[in-house]
Design a protein around this ligand. Structure first.
Ligand code: NAD
Length: 446
């Protein structure tokens, strides 16, 4: 047997590595940890990895991020003042290829949140068999408080600050909460201006006119709807008339909502950050979309009742699609959750503790790294099309998306029966297995 870098269990292991021990061993038992997405991600990782016979060094390598950049940068506001903003870009793993992950603009952005999201991106890409590692970026800002010109200046400056981490062969950002195709266009333009020629493959989720892909905007919601249909089949629930509640009516939630409704499901409640609307006989999705598009959120739509986010999460329904942000189902509300199936459109909407309770209640959870992977799949297809300068029709994109989603769903299901674990643990086991094999094959440089 050849000697490998990881043959000895003691290789590379460093039990004193600071933030690994800080979060997993100390914080995880405290009340605070439940709401720290990175502690949540590490708790999930520990659970999945306990099923695999991996060398300590491999585990340590996957437990920490590869590199982290924090930047404080000035932006000239419209009134002439200069404001300093803080942003991050984190790469979790570069073992499988360039890193891939969205950029989030939100006042709630923190380094730990970005670390967790980067780690989940690594698992997601591996689960989908995409040749990427995971990354994430973010700026602490409420984009709604900025004018378009301020948003553009902030984006161009942030893109410049993180350009040492970014590139079509090294790290490819995409939209996430608070960012959109226009922001991707500014990032692509800024990066291209620095290089002196156009480089569309540096970001995905761009507008079609500058190298975006057909089907990208709908991809995540489409993948969520596919998973919901599969889960209903497994649970023996007829989709026609199955009741659905959707938290978050943004890019992911609105598309998933429309597609499950087209499959015959009855959407009884939807919310945005301020609450939303409820109708026990099912909402008219076109009216709901028009209502949200006109800025309606708190004001009730005729024929519907107002519902708060807390109430929506505990509705008696067949499917709950959690498509807003992290930490929505926690120890404080998990016992009230009555959905039979939960589809994680968002990343990390269920804390590790709440997840255990839901598993005990035999709720079928479609984990984020499977459920919302449609976005990164079509982002991958966009990147490939940009690199080859040849673009596919939307039917071809949707077929490829469906093929990759089906393969992943079925392999997670198989893994879940093989290890007798829930879908989340199974998805992570598969992903971690694939990356650890790549780590061992590549070996340790030098
Ligand atoms: P978005 O900004 O378009 O929409 C987010 C929605 O959630 C909005 O309706 C907003 O009002 C609502 N919301 C925000 N904070 C909330 C809160 N505290 N409580 C309840 N509702 C809240 O974002 P999106 O692109 O739809 O992303 C939603 C989630 O899906 C995020 O977790 C994101 O990371 C994840 N995701 C998105 C994609 C994608 O392609 N857009 C891909 C994978 C995962």
């Amino acid at each position: 047997m050849p000697v490998t870098a990881f043959q000895d269990n003691k290789d590379f292991s460093n039990p004193d590595f600071p933030y690994i021990s800080t979060i997993s061993q100390k914080d995880h038992k405290s009340g605070y940890s439940e709401y720290n997405p990175y502690a949540n991600a590490l708790a999930q990782f520990d659970r999945a990895v306990s099923h695999l016979n991996l060398k300590r060094g491999v585990i340590d390598m996957l437990r920490c991020t590869k590199r982290e950049l924090s930047v404080n940068f000035p932006v000239m506001m419209d009134n002439g003042d200069t404001r300093i903003f803080r942003g991050y870009r984190v790469h979790h793993s570069v073992v499988k290829g360039p890193t891939k992950g969205g950029i989030r603009y939100s006042p709630a952005v923190s380094l730990d949140e970005i670390r967790a999201l980067a780690m989940w991106m690594t698992w997601k890409c591996a689960l989908m068999n995409l040749p990427f590692g995971g990354a994430k970026g973010g700026v602490i800002v409420n984009p709604k408080e900025l004018s378009q010109r301020e948003l553009e200046r902030l984006t161009r400056r942030y893109a410049t600050e993180i350009s040492i981490m970014m590139g079509p062969e090294s790290d490819i950002p995409a939209p996430d909460v608070g960012t959109n195709p226009q922001i991707m266009a500014w990032i692509m333009d800024t990066y291209s201006m620095h290089r002196g020629f156009s480089i569309p493959a540096v970001v995905t989720g761009k507008p079609l006119e500058i190298g975006g892909s057909l089907g990208r905007t709908e991809a995540t919601g489409r993948g969520v709807a596919f998973c919901v249909a599969e889960a209903l089949k497994l649970r023996g629930i007829d989709p026609r008339g199955a009741t659905v509640a959707v938290q978050g009516f943004g890019n992911v939630g609105s598309v998933a909502c429309r597609l499950v409704n087209e499959m015959g499901m009855k959407v009884i409640g939807v919310t945005c950050s301020k609450g939303g609307m409820y109708r026990s006989d099912g909402l008219d999705i076109d009216s709901v979309s028009a209502h949200f598009a006109s800025g309606g959120c708190l004001t009730s739509l005729t024929g519907t009742d107002f519902i708060s986010n807390e109430e929506l999460l505990t509705l008696d329904c067949d499917v709950l699609i959690a498509a807003a942000v992290e930490n929505q189902i926690t120890t404080s509300n998990v016992n009230e959750v009555r959905a039979r199936i939960i589809a994680e459109g968002a990343n990390g909407p269920i804390t590790a503790e709440a997840d255990e309770t839901l598993n005990d209640k035999e709720v079928f959870i479609i984990p984020d790294i499977l459920c919302n992977a449609g976005g990164v799949i079509v982002s991958y297809l966009e990147w490939v099309q940009d690199l080859q300068s040849f673009f596919w029709p939307v039917d071809e994109i949707n077929l490829k998306l469906q093929y990759l989603m089906r393969q992943a769903f079925d392999s997670v299901l198989d893994c879940s029966s093989q290890y007798r674990v829930a879908m989340r643990e199974a998805a992570q086991i598969l992903a971690i297995q694939r990356i650890s094999e790549a780590i061992v094959l590549r070996g340790i440089y030098p």
